[in-house]
Design a binder for this molecule. Structure first.
Ligand code: G6P
Length: 468
């Protein structure tokens, strides 16, 4: 039986089924970042294969031992679509969509978190490090600690952690805080998320919080310290640079421009189709610029990639209808035989095509109403090896804390958003270069390898402190 010294626990396994029934690595940045670490450590990864009622035996994949967790159709509906994505997701993103509080969803969330914890405990070697990922698994740290005091536990929260005034709506707020506090290190995207969490701990449990960590009293009177701190996630910047240098991808970027009728400026939005991303705000602003003749379809085209996501959750079904109505209206009003206002693509593309799009785009629009980080902003910047292009970036993203040379915007302010878009469109080339160089330096120096290294180093310090 496999016993691993490093165990990652995430809602999804790092692999997807390919067409002939085999497995291939999933495209996500986290997966790419952890692959070398997992390989070195002979690591294991506990996760759901992504389909209901699918039972798969444990197997090895490119140096990682994979431990699939089976979820029934009802568990997918209640734990994944329900509690994770219709309760926690909207609540933690500032209630942009109203969270649903359903007791049966919570019960299933508890049960499924227990199943993930059991699988992690079974595969972890004595004294192992277990790294739990994201909001679908907030109870797992405590569930592991109860059974395995020998292991060191990390948790990373990829999405925002809300202000206490919102968090306190959650009927199970105390259980969630206690669940997370099972970890030795609790990582967040922004310093503001970490302090929102520390405040929730204080309000719920009255534990003392210091810069060095949250002090949790044990039953025997001793104190355990848990560190809540920002570790902003990033991308594998070098792999984007490499793709951006490839001749075929550069040729594809030129082809995209030509296919769009060679407009002077291409504006680009790339998002999962999610109400947190501010896609409608962006379209409203663009539509008004067209109707005020500040832009015209022969001068500017907006390409909007909206990849399908969580399509069985009602709020996502509604959002898709709203966006497609908006696209239809704007295109119906402004399109000509030669040019389109918005080229809307409800599809997911491989990374090569995304880099070609980034290279073709003069202005990248990231207008999220709330976003833990927003890696698309970093991908755009990393791909601009020519130091050209402009990034319009919402101040409500984690990325805004790091990417100070972007054009900063409040997406709720439609006039401000229109100004920001026009600044991007009209930005002189020398200014583009100045800003893009600074943005690229940040992403290069703080890539996802640095992120996982920093987090695991903090966990290692926690392990030593606990042992002493
Ligand atoms: C966000 C979350 C991830 C999640 C991803 C895709 O980035 O932080 O945990 O995996 O969205 O969503 P999905 O529901 O398809 O896993």
């Amino acid at each position: 039986m496999t016993r691993a010294d490093l165990v990652v626990v995430a809602n999804r396994l790092p692999v997807d089924r390919d067409d002939d029934g085999g497995w291939r690595q999933s495209p996500g940045g986290l997966v790419a970042a952890l692959e070398p670490v997992m390989r070195r450590a002979d690591g294991a990864w506990v996760g759901w294969p992504g389909r209901p009622d699918t039972t798969v035996d444990e197997f090895d994949f490119e140096g990682t031992h994979l431990v699939p967790v089976t979820l029934s159709r009802q568990e997918v509906a209640e734990y994944y679509e329900g509690f994770s994505n219709d309760t926690i997701w909207p609540l933690y993103h500032d209630v942009i969509s109203p969270p649903q509080y359903r007791r049966e969803w919570w019960n299933t969330y508890v049960e499924v978190n227990r199943r993930f914890a059991d699988a992690a405990v079974a595969v972890a070697a004595k004294g192992a490090t277990i790294w739990v990922q994201d909001y679908q698994l907030q109870l797992v740290p405590k569930l592991i600690r109860e059974r395995r005091p020998d292991v060191t536990i990390g948790y990373f929260h990829h999405i925002p952690f809300p202000a206490y005034g919102l968090f306190s709506q959650l009927p199970w707020r105390r259980q969630v805080v206690e669940g997370l506090l099972g970890a030795d290190v609790i990582g967040f995207q922004r310093a503001a998320d970490a302090s929102n969490f520390a405040r929730a701990v204080h309000r719920q449990l009255r534990y003392e919080t210091r810069a060095t960590g949250i002090r949790i009293p044990n039953e025997d009177g001793s104190v355990r310290v848990s560190l809540a701190k920002a570790f902003p996630i990033s991308i594998d910047a070098a792999s984007f640079v490499e793709l951006a240098h490839r001749d075929d991808i550069r040729a594809r970027a030129r082809e995209i421009r030509a296919d769009l009728g060679n407009p002077d400026k291409i504006l680009l939005g790339v998002d999962r189709l999610d109400y947190t991303k501010g896609i409608r705000h962006r379209m409203t602003a663009f539509g008004e610029l067209l109707s005020e003749n500040r832009l015209s379809v022969d001068r500017a085209t907006l390409v909007q990639v909206a990849s399908p996501s969580r399509e069985r959750v009602e709020a996502y079904v509604q959002l898709r209808d709203e966006i497609e109505l908006a696209v239809g209206r704007i295109n119906g009003t402004f399109d000509t035989m030669e040019h389109t206002a918005i080229r809307y693509l409800h599809q997911a593309f491989p990374r090569e095509e995304m880099v070609a799009l980034y290279l073709a785009a003069d202005v990248m629009l990231v207008t999220a109403l709330r976003d833990g980080m927003n890696l698309v902003a970093k991908e755009y910047v990393a791909s601009r090896i020519d130091n050209r292009g402009a990034l319009v970036l919402s101040e409500f993203t984690g990325a805004a804390d790091e990417l100070g040379s972007a054009i900063r915007v409040n997406p709720h302010d439609i006039e401000g958003l229109k100004e920001a878009i026009m600044r991007g469109v009209e930005m002189p080339s020398a200014e583009q270069g100045r800003r893009m160089r600074a943005l690229r330096r940040r992403v290069r120096e703080h890539d996802v390898q640095a992120w996982s290294h920093d987090f695991l180093a903090a966990l290692e310090r926690a392990r030593k402190a606990n042992a002493s």
